[in-house]
Design a protein around this ligand. Sequence first.
Ligand SMILES: Nc1ncnc2c1ncn2[C@@H]1O[C@H](COP(=O)(O)OP(=O)(O)OP(=O)(O)O)[C@@H](O)[C@H]1O
Ligand SMILES: [Mg+2]
Length: 374
Amino acid sequence: MANGNPFKPSFGASPPVLAGRSEILDALEEALDSGTGHPDFTSLLIGVRGSGKTATLNAVQEHAQNKGWLVIAETAHGNLCDRLIAGTMELSGDAHASSGRPRLTGVSALGVGVEFERASSAVATAGEIRLRPVLTTLGSRLASERRGLLITIDELQGGEPPQLREFATTLQHVTRREELPIAFVGAGLPSIEDTMLQDSAITFLQRCSHHEITDLSNAATVTAFAEPIAANGGHINEDALQRVVKASNGYPFMVQLIGFHSWRATASDPPHLQIEEVSSGIAEAERRLQQLVLAPMWRAMSEMDRQFALAMAIDEGETLTADLSKRLGRSSSYVSIYRSRLMRSGFIHSTGHGRVDFAHQTTRSWLRSPNRTP
Ligand SMILES: Nc1ncnc2c1ncn2[C@@H]1O[C@H](COP(=O)(O)OP(=O)(O)OP(=O)(O)O)[C@@H](O)[C@H]1O
Ligand SMILES: [Mg+2]
């Protein structure tokens, strides 16, 4: 096995090369550099599971930190506003926060899941401190120092509506009315378009710039494989490279899975990835994709979603939606509702007008397999 595997097949882990996102990163970085009037100063990243939202957020945070900005990186779940208050106070270094040393709030028996909570958040929980004034204080100070605060909130789909409403109202006030240098980048699954972004009390988040985190182009996928291999002293044959690019179908998580398991299958030093190694890497990556992505999606699908998917698996390649209407005995408008649902979850994608295919190449054989679990 070759050492120094550069690939990172874990959700939330930044890849060795964040390929194909320079346009979005340039826009977000330009927004931080130019200030509150820039349309991307408050932005949302929207993409399916494993498309690279968290990795992109990480890159924006790094840019902000490098330019001397302060950063609060949160996920949306639970008492978001309390955590934002605690984070802001900690960064402000004000009297409340500085007296609050980190304290341990919970250690599981195995020593994992250690959580720290600032004593100051207890004050916030008591409702004595609101988010708006603490942000205004910190934002005003940062404005006078000609820098700013970046707030990122990941996994917006898991947020509590009242918390998101309070956050959105506060953000609107501090960025639009007070014009303070407090930038925001949120990230969530496409389902937020049907939930959070339909909530009339969260209109401010609807008005943020929307950036779609899409599949990688072929050129970006080549970069995502070839650059880390070369940077770590390895080499990949042209035919092997073509093979991995095709097998990953532009899905960032699959790029990392294939890269990781192909590198792992390579015995030569320096590592030389050829067809044999990448074939074994692709096979292992497909097994993992089935367990980690397809099976959880399948469990979350309704009976009709599943019938739709099974009706597609009859074809060897793309499926005409007109054929799905016939196979399922349903109207074209009924079929189009399920088509959109499955596209939003990242299970299928459109391949042209009236045509769909599975987003992952291994889906068809997985659906057909008699020992598929679940
Ligand atoms: N642009 C990219 N190029 C190459 N690999 C990437 C890219 N973006 C993300 N990845 C890799 O893809 C995997 C998924 O990325 P990430 O966790 O950021 O996705 P996500 O959209 O946040 O997923 P989720 O919806 O589950 O939170 C990780 O292994 C990451 O390293
Ligand atoms: Mg994520």
